[in-house]
Design a protein. Structure first.
Ligand SMILES: *[C@@H]1O[C@H](CO)[C@@H](O)[C@H](O)[C@H]1NC(C)=O
Ligand SMILES: *[C@@H]1O[C@H](CO)[C@@H](O)[C@H](O)[C@H]1NC(C)=O
Ligand SMILES: *[C@@H]1O[C@H](CO)[C@@H](O)[C@H](O)[C@H]1NC(C)=O
Ligand SMILES: *[C@@H]1O[C@H](CO)[C@@H](O)[C@H](O)[C@H]1NC(C)=O
Ligand SMILES: *[C@@H]1O[C@H](CO)[C@@H](O)[C@H](O)[C@H]1NC(C)=O
Ligand SMILES: *[C@@H]1O[C@H](CO)[C@@H](O)[C@H](O)[C@H]1NC(C)=O
Length: 813
């Protein structure tokens, strides 16, 4: 109890990691009553090994749960049926104790693999002599900027291979709480680096590709008729944090006490959408609920969200876990309904939560383990509800081969971690995610025939970045290639100027060199979990000295930005002495190589901004705590993201990104029309239409009741007139009919990254399903396709092509 106040202080001030470091000291300090449980040095890779049972004085043949000829469900029923209530409850927390009496070992559920295998948290993943590090890929916001679904899958595949290798060596478990798929609704959010940006469709597609590659063993989903609960998986991946979570700590708002007031339309259209895609299309085996409340109810005790939606509607094949430790948060921070630990435990389990991730200090346990027994004894929770949770957990472990092994994965070992191939993939991911924001008069790429001396200017942490590029939820990288190392390899006469004291003595030197590169930006003290940004400006006086360096330089300088969220670099946008701006994100362990490859033209950039870069004025118009995506007229809030904000405070829009090539579009398509036969009057839905527009008999069709076979196909030719091979991201949006009120300005419905060789043209075909691509979410939260003329809009402000699509809704007789 004495610890409680200092811990609370810790949680409020900082983040997960703060609390975890407390956890480490108290656990390793001993005397907690909970012995340290570790997988390090584990001497088995499957539970159902006769020798293992024999060593425990047990005969494996007596345990039906180890009979591999039986269906998983039956084995799991046998296992759960053998446990006493006390034993059951001791397996409801992330540090599951197992039950030696029946041969069940302990299991550490907590794993993180956001952008590579990570040892964040007190879970079972540990680096050491056998596996000193793992491939540290770029942060997710970088990979998102690549807009390349194959890349997202390739990263997930490499990460899961490294996990299985570490598992075989006793240095990792099999359950990982990644990806983070909350949309970046507000540019201040501290966790932008962890996410695929502001567009729910992109976030959803990222999750599907990453999760499939983490989990799928043969690259395919379950065959027709197969039991999806018995589909073997490589690593368990988790869609988090469900839902409407994207306020960490802003002014007095704190994620542990924040009650997100969310309209149903925003829930369906924005906050739930990536999760629906992650579960339905990705077949993720886990969902994590978030700390916050939603309209008064904690996300982790919300039966409607957990049981009805995730498990019922979306058919989750897996388990639901709390954030660490959101059940305690209900009691201690949110003080929800004045509940005590027993009541909160019962409410969360009844709502559908299966596993409680806790924080550990002073011998405290997770709430389910601490209060589960009393909850059943006091009649607030049924033992059958505990059994249900355990079945979801053990079915997941069965599918992972925890009991039986998975032969094709058992040969993986230390040689499969940090391979040359994985490091090259990390470099390529970083290259693909680089976004060229400004490039006046072809300032970039730098020509090594002309540039013989260089000045590299910036904070030491950016030019000599050994740490900053790795971002949050890192593991131990295989190695780190800094920008300085990589640039000096290309131009050996590169002098570094460190500007850490707020000013910069580089001005004299930049006068004498052939080119000046400034690396500037943010770090995890500015944008991180538990830490939202206060403004969108460059901190630490960087703007001032960048301008001074630009002023002193005889040539326009090059500015490289390290950040996740957008930075208001208006000063650089308008300054002709700053010739080029490259956004490098947090590009991971090979980031330096990728930056140099783009600066010197070894790689032609093709990334796009996955979120809007606003001018700083934007944030004074809307508090972070307002959840609405659409403008709120009576409060003067201007709307959020490219879908709903049409105002002047956009510095660089979502999807912005330049190339060294000169590209052009051509297409034969001039328009399309679709007649959808609507089954019955019941399928028609009303829409809010703009004043003065004529009423329609059937203004929109309800997607849920419609067959959805209609498609619109078109093909686009992308030509590269330049002399360099290039890659280009084709972004396809739809714009709803003009009469529809409150609709998105436009919405992304498809995207593809294509390679276009110099002087060549490639055909890019698209087929849009009408129910997916032309649907909007109307006021009462039905997903509908409006009747009328929608527009397909391809490209961005620099290069675009569009055509109308007329959608008619005709009654079936
Ligand atoms: C595995 O390790 C445990 C102690 O950690 C030991 O009791 C047991 O005999 C070992 N089993 C085998 C098969 O080596
Ligand atoms: C997409 O990513 C994959 C995997 O890294 C890569 O092989 C491919 O070249 C990328 N596509 C484009 C067009 O860049
Ligand atoms: C930059 O990092 C290298 C190691 O990569 C180190 O040797 C060097 O001293 C660092 N430079 C400064 C100015 O600290
Ligand atoms: C971020 O940079 C500032 C300014 O140099 C520094 O004080 C701070 O320690 C850095 N934070 C991290 C996490 O590197
Ligand atoms: C900020 O930078 C400017 C330009 O380099 C310099 O004149 C000023 O002294 C710096 N301010 C601080 C607080 O270091
Ligand atoms: C791209 O090509 C078009 C047509 O040839 C030309 O008008 C335009 O100036 C070129 N743009 C650049 C940046 O080279």
């Amino acid at each position: 109890v004495a610890m409680a106040s200092s811990l609370r202080h810790c949680v409020l001030l900082a983040s997960l990691l703060c609390a975890v470091s407390v956890a480490f000291t108290s656990v390793s300090g001993g005397g907690s009553g909970l012995g340290p449980i570790t997988t390090n040095g584990r001497n088995y890779t499957k539970v159902c090994d006769p020798a293992r049972f024999a060593a425990m004085g047990l005969e494996m043949g007596g345990f039906r749960y180890c009979d591999a000829s039986l269906p998983y469900a039956e084995r799991v029923r046998d296992l759960v049926g053998r446990l006493t209530l006390e034993e059951k409850v001791r397996n409801l927390g992330d540090r599951a104790e197992g039950a030696a009496r029946v041969g069940l070992p302990p299991y550490l559920w907590w794993g993180e693999a956001l952008h590579g295998v990570s040892d964040t948290g007190p879970g079972g993943t540990r680096f050491g002599d056998v596996v000193p590090g793992a491939t540290s890929f770029p942060l997710v916001i970088n990979s998102a900027a690549a807009f390349n679904e194959t890349l997202w899958g390739a990263i997930g595949g490499a990460v899961s291979t490294e996990i299985r290798a570490m598992y075989n060596l006793g240095h990792a478990e099999l359950t990982y709480w990644s990806p983070n798929i909350n949309v970046v609704r507000d540019p201040r959010w501290g966790r932008a680096s962890e996410t695929p940006g502001e567009d729910p469709f992109v976030v959803g597609r990222y999750s599907v590709n990453f999760v499939r590659a983490m989990q799928d063993i043969d690259g395919a989903g379950p065959g027709p008729g197969a039991d999806p609960f018995a589909r073997p998986i490589k690593v368990s991946s988790c869609c988090k944090h469900y839902a409407a979570y994207d306020v960490d700590a802003w002014l007095t708002a704190d994620r542990l006490t924040f009650d997100a007031r969310v309209e149903e339309r925003d829930m369906i259209e924005t906050f739930e959408r990536p999760f629906e895609m992650c579960v339905r299309d990705g077949d993720a085996s886990c969902v994590m609920c978030s700390y916050n409340r939603i309209n008064g109810v904690p996300a982790c005790a919300n039966a409607r969200l957990l049981s009805e939606t995730v498990r019922g509607e979306w058919q989750l094949h897996g388990y639901i876990v709390s954030d660490c430790d959101s059940v305690r948060v209900m009691v201690r921070d949110a003080k929800w309904l004045g509940y005590n630990g027993v009541e909160a435990t019962a409410a969360a389990m009844k709502a559908g939560l299966d596993l409680d991730c806790g924080m550990y200090w002073e011998g405290a346990q997770d709430f389910f383990t601490a209060f589960g027994l009393d909850a059943v004894r006091q009649g607030k929770l049924r033992e059958s509800e505990v059994d249900n949770a355990l079945r979801n957990l053990y079915l997941t472990l069965m599918r992972l081969g925890f009991f039986d092994g998975i032969p094709e994965l058992e040969s993986l070992g230390a040689d499969d971690v940090c391979t040359e191939e994985h490091k090259e993939l990390a470099a390529d991911a970083a290259r693909q995610g680089m976004v060229l924001i400004k490039n006046d008069h072809g300032r970039l790429p730098l020509d090594t025939n002309k540039v013989h001396s260089l000045s590299l200017v910036g904070l030491l942490q950016h030019i000599n970045a050994t740490d900053v590029m790795l971002g949050d939820y890192r593991g131990k990288p295989c190695r780190v290639v800094t920008p300085y190392d990589a640039i000096r390899k290309v131009v050996s006469a590169t002098s570094a100027h460190v500007c850490d004291d707020g000013a910069c003595g580089a001005a004299a030197d930049v006068k004498t060199v052939d080119a000046t590169i400034v690396i500037a930006g943010l770090n995890m003290s500015v944008e991180k979990e538990g830490n939202d940004r206060e403004d969108l400006l460059l901190p630490w006086n960087q703007t001032n000295w960048i301008n001074a360096v630009a002023e002193a330089s005889p040539y326009p300088i090059i500015l490289v930005i390290i950040s996740a969220g957008g930075v208001d670099v208006s000063f650089a946008q308008n300054n002709p002495k700053i010739g080029a701006i490259l956004w490098a994100g947090y590009p991971g362990e090979e980031g330096g190589t990728a930056i140099a490859d783009v600066l010197f033209g070894k790689y032609n950039p093709g990334g796009r901004l996955p979120l809007t870069w606003y001018k700083n004025e934007y944030i004074s118009k809307i508090p972070m705590t307002s959840m609405a995506l659409r403008p709120v007229a009576d409060k003067g809030y201007p709307g959020r993201t490219y879908k709903f904000y049409g105002g002047p405070e956009v510095l660089y829009p979502f999807g912005h990104g330049l190339s060294y090539s000169n590209l052009s579009y051509a297409s034969d398509t001039t328009g399309a029309s679709v007649t959808a036969r609507v089954a019955a009057w019941e399928s028609c839905k009303q829409l809010t239409r703009k004043l003065g527009t004529a009423p329609l008999a059937c203004p929109a069709v309800n997607v849920a009741g419609h067959g959805c076979q209609e498609e619109v196909s078109f093909s686009l030719t992308v030509a590269n007139r330049g002399s360099r091979d290039g890659t280009h991201v084709v972004l396809v949006y739809t714009v709803p009919p003009a009469e529809v009120d409150d609709a998105p300005l436009k919405q992304l419905v498809a995207f593809r990254r294509v390679f276009v060789p110099a002087g060549a043209a490639v055909q890019v075909p698209f087929t849009l399903n009408v129910c997916k691509a032309f649907a909007i979410v109307e006021e009462t939260a039905y997903t509908v396709v409006p009747s009328g003329v929608s527009t397909v809009l391809v490209g961005d402000e620099a290069l675009s092509f569009s055509f109308p699509v007329k959608i008619e809704l005709a009654m079936k007789d």
